[in-house]
Design a protein. Structure first.
Lengths: 708, 224
């Protein structure tokens, strides 16, 4: 009880010298608790999403007699919305009413020619009729939309459709046979070979990617902040520990007192955080920078888990605060805690990343090694930096300039302490470069080779083609040119236009004549058209056209939805845009951006806190050095020389780590390798870090001037 | 004419409405040692802070070796403190990152002395206080008494040093070490032709000095 009382008085002491520590620990307790709770919420959300995806992954039929449902999936891209699957369902005769073939979120199969849309599409104003289908009420969601149980998020796009009456999904080709949907939504979660998966890119990252993201971008920076915050300087606290120790109080009891003080301060931050989480953050359905609308409560989990997470956070703070010395010990002993081998984990991290591309392309270890190296680099940086800084300090300690000499001696012996702000800078730069390399890969889309044309073109195919399909479509789509497609002998595709007039109506490139006077396509136009559409234009009637395919041309701005509507009645319409498209979005890029932002905020906070500690330490040193006769200018110079060289070491290491990750990640297809862009982003992060340094210096200088 | 190393005239120090010192006059000639005594809070440390230029008096004049420090800007006072004054405190205040000789040479190095010359001068100062063989040691490898002698060597390292100001230099030492320390301090001060102003509670230290200035009595007299 005495310990708690003393701890309370120490923690919430009115002494101004305890103020910085109070702010540091409370702020770290708050921020880290929010991050830990958010990390758990994210994992919960991803796991839930994985379960929903598993539930809508049907079980393959083991043989023809086992099939109860035929299925064909198509991807559809809507401008301003993104890409999503259209799943065409065709029950095997005799199994139309089998419950197992009803996808989750539907009460029954949609009727022939009907479709059920996801809530996300409905909220954007789309109806089944917009896609050439009839609306069904088979959905369990509001207004007959697909019920939540069948969706990964509230906002994702998804359509279940049935071929029109009298039509089916045909036979052969990519027709897929299934026994039905798993009874338990967990059944297909492993994603084994027994289950078919027809996702485009889900709006929520998978559990494995989420776990990596939260560890790298939330928990690791949070640990950095908590470690520094829990060890924030306070001369009151130091003096109290010293006094008790001198009075003969056992070290264990002194540590217990210090731990109690830290726990109380951390709790003061953690309690508002848990209240904020329970009553506000866990209920959010939109995460800034992301596009997904989450199901209400998607981030929430049982209260006991939240309380456990908070307790772990607070106890971690107590451990961080009490590890190490409780009494003054010699600087030289302190220096011995930094060893050159402390840089080895960083070397191991780089080696892990480097090994991946050398493994067999079929090896399942390539990405785990790359991302394991990424995490280890991040964790190893603060450990390796003091060892490198100590070496640098030894060199600077040989300088003939006294300010540099003194700084060098300090760096050589106090590198563990003096390198901490720089470690945060290195981490910031590393996160910036590596996260950008991943992010840019996610948002990168292939060049739309026809985006500068005045027309839009599509290759369209469908299943169960019947004679007259093309004619029927032409009659429905007066605003589109629907042309047959022929396979040329060389394997290329030929598109026969009825006449030059038809060709000239749709395609009119500047300064290129389409046809000669003899109604033959010019060589120049043919090249132009081929470069835009990968097809060869010819004039004349079709002789051996593919009955299940068409080449569609529309004016610029024609969308896949327009084409799908025009092909109403054709089952499993597959639309392949080949010109004039808007870019598609990758919904997971937003999560990367959000994580990167949070990591940067946490690391910047940790950086400011570390510089604050250094400032307080220097403010203790300044009177001492002034008494010896050093000028303020000399002291400031030496102070700068003890802080900036570690930063000069940390920035290249962080950048090198990011570049290494980007280059090796590019080999594995997960990052970009544009070093100029990565350097620009890393440079901006370095600039922000240095500006933070300058701002905090200026503030401290002002305070020091006022208090002198 | 007697050469004055310190001349304090009509010195007054106030903290807000609280008057700590008023109308204090004090002169120290070359080779002279004066002990300043008085109870805690009587203004001993404030007097020393004004003499060393670390604070300005509320009124009055402080002159050190011909330099009127009470009228100087902070940077000039710092320069005087580094070049003309030698300072010794209760805590030796050695920088743990530096070894013993580097601690002694610190201000010389910051004044642009060549490193070898500064260190040679430091070793000489250490030899003068009997610590030559400890020059290369770390600060945690010497005793408290030795650390205080290192601080004295640091204060005496400059040949141009004119006034040694010591604030309770023996307070952290045992009687034997305190005795040795004060003998050494006075001997070295006289040897280099400087004066010494020593704030102390230790009557033995005061008795070793040429004169004793009792701050409380002085303040009381002024007040009366």
């Amino acid at each position: 009880m005495t310990t708690v009382k003393l701890g309370w008085r120490l923690a919430f002491s009115g002494d101004v010298r305890q103020r910085w520590r109070q702010v540091s620990v409370v702020l770290a307790g708050f921020a880290v608790t929010v991050m830990v709770l958010l990390a758990l919420g994210m994992l919960q959300m991803a796991q839930e999403s994985d379960s929903r995806i598993a539930a809508r992954s049907p079980l393959w039929a083991s043989g023809p007699g086992d099939a109860r449902l035929y299925l064909s999936t198509r991807g559809l891209t809507l401008a301003g919305f993104g890409q999503f699957p259209v799943v065409w369902l065709d029950p095997v005769a005799g199994h139309e009413n089998a419950p197992a073939i009803v996808p989750p979120g539907l009460s029954r199969l949609p009727g022939p020619g009907e479709a059920v849309l996801s809530q996300g599409l409905v909220e954007h104003g789309w109806t089944a009729e917009d896609f050439g289908l009839r609306s069904s009420t088979a959905g369990e969601g509001p207004g007959g939309a697909i019920g939540s149980i069948g969706l990964s998020t509230e906002s994702e796009g998804w359509i279940y459709a049935r071929p029109a009456p009298g039509r089916s999904l045909g036979t052969g080709g990519a027709l897929l046979a299934f026994r039905g949907y798993p009874e338990s939504e967990k059944a297909g979660i492993s994603g084994g070979d027994d289950f078919g998966r027809f996702e485009t890119i889900p709006e929520v990252p998978r559990s494995s990617a989420t776990a990596l993201g939260v560890v790298w971008m939330l928990l690791a920076p949070a640990v950095f902040l908590l470690f520094g915050g829990a060890r924030a300087m306070s001369s009151v606290r130091d003096a109290r520990a010293q006094t008790l120790w001198r009075l003969g109080v056992a070290s264990g009891r002194v540590r217990l007192l210090l731990a109690t003080e830290t726990v109380l301060l951390a709790m003061a931050g953690a309690l508002p955080a848990i209240v904020l989480w329970v009553f506000m953050l866990s209920r959010v359905t939109r995460v800034p920078l992301t596009v997904a609308t989450l199901k209400p409560g998607a981030l929430s989990y049982p209260l006991w888990m939240a309380v456990s997470a908070v307790l772990v956070t607070v106890l971690a703070a107590a451990v961080f605060a009490t590890v190490g010395r409780i009494r003054d010990r010699s600087i030289s002993r302190d220096a011995r805690t930094v060893r050159p081998w402390h840089a080895i984990p960083l070397v191991v991290a780089f080696a892990m990343m480097a090994i991946g591309p050398w493994l067999s392309p079929t090896s399942g270890l390539r990405l785990p090694l790359l991302f394991g190296g990424l995490l280890l680099t991040f964790a190893a940086l603060p450990m390796a930096l003091p060892a490198l800084v100590a070496q640098l300090g030894t060199q600077l300690g040989r300088s003939s300039r006294p300010a540099i000499w003194l700084a060098g001696r300090r760096l050589a012996l106090r590198s563990a302490n003096l390198a901490r702000p720089a470690a945060m800078v290195g981490a910031l730069v590393f996160v910036a470069g590596a996260a950008f390399a991943l992010y840019d890969r996610l948002v990168a889309t292939e060049e739309n080779f026809g985006s500068n044309t005045s027309f839009a073109a599509f290759n369209v195919s469908w299943r169960d083609a019947r004679p007259g399909d093309l004619t029927a479509v032409k009659s429905l789509a007066s605003s589109l040119a629907v042309l047959p497609v022929e396979a040329a002998q060389d394997g290329s595709q030929r598109v026969p236009f009825n006449s030059c007039a038809e060709l000239q109506r749709w395609v009119h490139p500047p300064r290129i004549r389409q046809c000669t006077a003899d109604n033959i396509v010019t060589r120049e136009f043919s090249s132009y058209f081929a470069s835009m559409t990968r097809s060869t234009p010819v004039i004349g009637t079709s002789r051996n056209a593919d009955p299940a395919a068409a080449f569609v041309i529309g004016s610029f701005g024609t969308t896949e939805q327009d084409v799908m509507k025009a092909f109403a009645g054709r089952p499993a319409v597959n639309i392949n845009p080949i010109g004039g498209l808007s870019k598609t979005r990758n919904p997971q890029a937003g999560w990367m951006l959000a994580g990167w932002t949070l990591a940067s905020l946490l690391l910047t906070t940790a950086l400011i806190r570390e510089i604050g500690d250094r400032g307080l330490s220097s403010m203790r040193d300044i009177p001492h050095l002034l008494r010896l006769g050093l000028t303020r200018k000399q002291i400031d110079q030496s102070y700068r020389w003890s802080l900036l060289p570690p930063v000069a070491v940390a920035i290249p290491i962080g950048f090198a780590g990011a570049v290494f990750f980007a280059l090796l990640g590019y080999e594995l297809g997960v990052t970009i390798n544009n070093l100029g862009r990565i350097a620009l982003v890393a440079g901006i992060a370095s600039g922000i870090a240095l500006a933070t340094f300058a701002a905090v210096f200026a503030i401290q200088h002002r305070i020091a001037d006022l208090t002198e | 004419m007697v050469e004055l190393m310190l001349s304090v005239r009509e010195l007054g120090i106030s903290y807000g409405a609280t008057i700590v010192l008023s109308g204090l006059d004090l002169s120290l000639a070359r080779g002279e040692a004066v002990a300043v005594m008085g109870p805690s809070g009587s203004g001993k440390s404030s007097l020393l802070a004004c003499v060393t230029g670390m604070m300005l008096p509320t009124h009055g004049r402080v002159e050190v070796a011909g330099h009127v420090v009470s009228e100087m800007k902070a940077s000039a006072r710092t320069s005087i403190r580094r070049t003309t004054l030698g300072l010794v405190f209760q805590d030796p205040d050695l920088l743990p990152e530096l070894n013993v000789e580097e601690n002694v040479a610190l201000t010389l190095l910051f004044d642009g002395y060549r490193r070898d010359r500064a260190l040679a001068q430091a070793r000489q100062a250490l030899a003068d206080v009997g610590l030559e063989e400890h020059a290369a040691k770390r600060t945690d490898e010497i005793s408290g008494g030795q650390a205080q002698r290192v601080a004295l060597a640091r204060a005496l390292v400059r040949p141009e040093m004119s006034l040694l100001v010591a604030d309770e230099p023996t307070a952290s030492l045992d009687a034997a070490n305190a005795h040795k320390m004060i003998d050494l301090l006075l001997a070295r001060t006289r040897a280099v032709g400087a004066a010494a102003l020593i704030a102390t509670h230790d009557r033995a230290v005061a008795e070793a000095c040429d004169r004793v200035l009792m701050i409380r009595e002085l303040a009381a007299e002024v007040a009366s």
